[in-house]
Ligand binder design. Structure first.
Ligand code: HDE
Length: 675
């Protein structure tokens, strides 16, 4: 080892002292350098989206779209553009648990041949607010209260619901965040959305509006709330571990990039303003066209250097892509650049490898803290004569020589008075919230009602609870009643007054439901097999094989981490001891043990929890008749339904079980209040 100056060190474990037991000497430049550097290791965490997880990958274009955009990345089919994607939660600090009920960030930096394009999106296609100036209020309300410094990473508190109940424009987003979208099974099972309407501009300078979508190849999937609470205890890194493991195993997650393209005419005729980020354009109205695939295929080498230092900026766009006048997007274009300076400490954050474009960079920005790429030569201003006069037949240089090759803003006509108002066209806050709710299955609607009940039960002020129900009444009266009942209100509160009556009674949009679009595959999921002494070895092997054939993963759980001796007399090593491998971290479970062992564990708390939770979270459960004593001990023996599969038949039965698992959950087990 050397010092930071490259000087070889003989000892970096003992401070220079005056005598073995004497005072430490300030002279010790080696100790001081080590401590000095340590003292300065932290940089400010992101003001939002602090907890994140980044991965490398590439984007491959499968359909060129020159008719819409001149961007290089959208014109060369088959070309792979390197990418870096960072997933995140929004409200929690850097050390908060992965499975908080929260929106997930889904930000991708594309290192294109014409510069970096950052698509800084979320896993929900709408947002809480319509104007960027309200963002600090929203985030202050969602984050821990300033006096007490809690609650951390959750919205179930007075300040958040106070703010949203006074902010009707957030109602559509509230429906989304109270759905299971905010408790995703992992990053690999989430959609992503650019949220705002952007512009695509072609060679001729013609523009179309566009909304960007990421569609996960593994399908969208979420956990249930009680499961999320327990996962956060069992494994606060559940989502990042899942991503790390999948990539290390070579099971690279993929998303298709889809675009919804529409023109001014559609925008003019559409029921809502396409510049309003609290609204979607339903996929049934403008279909999503798939144009390429993102593959995440490499974990970072260094978390700080890459995940922490990556600086996404919404203003990073490339020729062929342009902004719209969405007031939320316009505000973001200021905020992201500004915040990077605070976080990374220098305008030269673009020199950090993870942020540096992978194409040539030429400009006359210079100096500043930590300037790492410094041009040679005398010219540092434009125009200049140092590159030779323009008429000496040399390749023309600089924007003035060939403006067509560079970024030009779309010439959208603007002529208006300066006013501080919200557009009238943004005024309907309930129609799409209702559309989202009525598009869900009864199971999903029940989850939403339960989530609202949970959150409002944590709100102490009665007037805030009532005001929220007053909003729900504009969305769906049955939902409002269910939540009012759930929080024990005797009388249904009055509807809150609205600025304008909702303008439309929109049809259902099946694309908005997770369960209506369920993937019907157990690929990429995880089966937990709880084994103990005397378990049938053939059955365990058959389950492992069936899961592998499906493209899923198995983990062995046993009473001891050393494993258990199976019927063939051999020890099978365990991945987890039962206390460390609760069923909440698996998508489905199997229990294979000898009868004596099952009797033994029938009173064992972690074993009972394993069964009970799997049952309560509507998971499929494979079993052999020998484990009935444990199922009885857990109190589920007399409630066994089609979600329990007897796999004592061996190979075929194991395959049959994995096929059953393709339905992902046995929702019939859940009490649903409506049909
Ligand atoms: Fe962000 N947001 N945001 N945001 N946002 C940040 O930038 C901001 C919004 C999103 O993995 C910050 O680098 C404003 C919408 C993601 O590094 C900050 C407004 C959407 C990430 C900021 C919004 C997002 C951020 C904090 C209202 C979905 C994490 C650290 C106008 C389309 C990126 C940082 C990463 C991060 C500001 C609203 C997504 C402060 C002012 C809408 C995924 O600049």
């Amino acid at each position: 080892m050397t010092t930071a100056q490259g000087v070889p060190m003989a000892d970096d474990q003992n401070w220079l002292k005056a005598g073995a037991r004497g005072p430490s000497l300030l002279e010790d430049h080696i100790a001081r350098e080590k401590i000095f550097h340590f003292d300065h290791e932290r940089i400010p965490e992101r003001v939002v989206h602090a907890r994140g997880y980044g991965v490398h990958g590439h984007f491959e274009l499968t359909r060129a779209i020159p008719e819409y955009s001149s961007a290089a990345i959208f014109n060369e089919e088959g070309v792979k553009t390197p990418t870096f994607t960072r997933f995140s939660t929004v409200a929690g600090n850097k050390g908060s648990p992965d499975l908080a009920r929260d929106v997930r960030g889904f930000a991708t930096k594309f290192y294109t041949k014409e510069g970096n394009w950052d698509l800084v999106g979320n896993n929900i296609p709408v947002f809480f607010i319509q104007d960027a100036i309200k963002f600090p209020d929203l985030i202050h309300a969602a984050k821990p209260a300033p006096d007490r410094g809690f609650p951390q990473a959750q919205t179930a508190h007075d300040n958040f619901w106070d703010f949203v109940s006074l902010t009707p424009e957030s109602m559509n987003m509230i429906m989304w965040i109270m759905s299971d979208r905010t408790i995703p099974r992992s990053f690999r099972f989430m959609e992503g959305f650019g949220v705002h309407t952007f512009r695509l501009v072609n060679e001729k300078g013609e523009a179309h509006f566009v909304k960007f979508h990421w569609k996960p190849k593994l399908g969208v999937q979420s956990v249930v709330w009680n499961e999320a609470l327990k996962i956060n205890g069992a494994d606060p890194d559940f989502h990042r571990r899942d991503m790390w493991d999948a990539i290390e195993m070579g099971d690279y997650p993929q998303w298709d990039l889809g675009i919804q393209v529409f023109d001014e005419k559609f925008a003019d005729e559409f029921e809502f303003d396409v510049l309003d980020a609290t609204k979607i354009v339903p996929e049934e109205q403008v279909p999503v066209e798939i144009i390429g695939t993102l593959t995440l295929d490499a974990n970072v080498d260094n978390f700080f250097a890459e995940t922490e230092q990556v600086a996404f900026c919404t203003q990073n766009i490339v020729p062929g892509i342009d902004f719209t006048e969405d007031p939320l997007l316009q505000g973001r274009n200021f905020s992201y650049l500004d915040t990077q300076l605070k976080r990374l400490g220098s305008p030269n954050f673009t020199h950090i490898p993870i942020n540096a474009p992978k194409c040539p960079v030429r400009h006359f920005q210079q100096d500043g803290h930590m300037a790492m790429s410094n041009p040679k030569g005398r010219a540092n201003y434009e125009p200049n004569s140092w590159d030779g006069p323009m008429d000496d037949n040399r390749e023309p240089r600089g924007p003035r020589a060939c403006p067509m090759r560079g970024f030009t803003s779309y010439e959208a006509p603007v002529e208006s008075p300066k006013i501080r108002v919200r557009s009238e066209t943004f005024a309907d806050h309930y129609s799409q919230a209702r559309q989202f709710y009525i598009s869900q299955t009864p199971v999903e609607q029940t989850h939403m009602a339960n989530a609202l009940t949970f959150e409002l039960s944590k709100v102490e002020r009665m007037d805030i609870r009532e005001r929220m129900i007053g909003h729900l009444r504009h969305i769906d009266d049955d939902l409002a009643k269910e939540v009012a009942d759930g929080i024990g209100l005797e009388k249904l509160p009055e509807k809150v007054p609205v600025a304008r009556k909702p303008i439309t009674d929109l049809p259902e949009s099946p694309a908005l439901s997770i369960l209506k679009n369920s993937p019907k595959s157990f690929k990429g999921r995880k089966l937990g097999i709880y084994i103990a002494e005397g378990g049938d070895a053939k059955i365990v092997r058959a389950l492992i094989k069936a899961a592998k054939d499906e493209g899923s993963v198995t983990e062995i759980i046993a009473p001891h981490v050393a494993g258990a001796k199976l019927s063939d007399g051999k020890m099978l090593e365990a991945d987890e001891k039962i206390d460390g491998g609760p069923s909440v971290v698996y998508d489905a479970v199997a229990i294979v043990m000898g009868e004596d062992a099952a009797k033994n564990f029938a009173k064992d708390k972690p074993s009972i929890d394993f069964v009970n939770d799997a049952f309560a979270h509507a998971k499929f459960i494979a079993y052999v008749p020998e484990v009935m004593p444990l199922l009885e001990g857990a109190g589920v023996a007399d409630r066994m339904d089609d979600g329990f599969v007897n796999v004592s038949g061996g190979g075929d039965a194991a395959q049959g079980f994995i096929k059953t698992c393709r339905k992902l959950r046995h929702w019939d087990r859940e009490a649903v209040k409506k049909d």
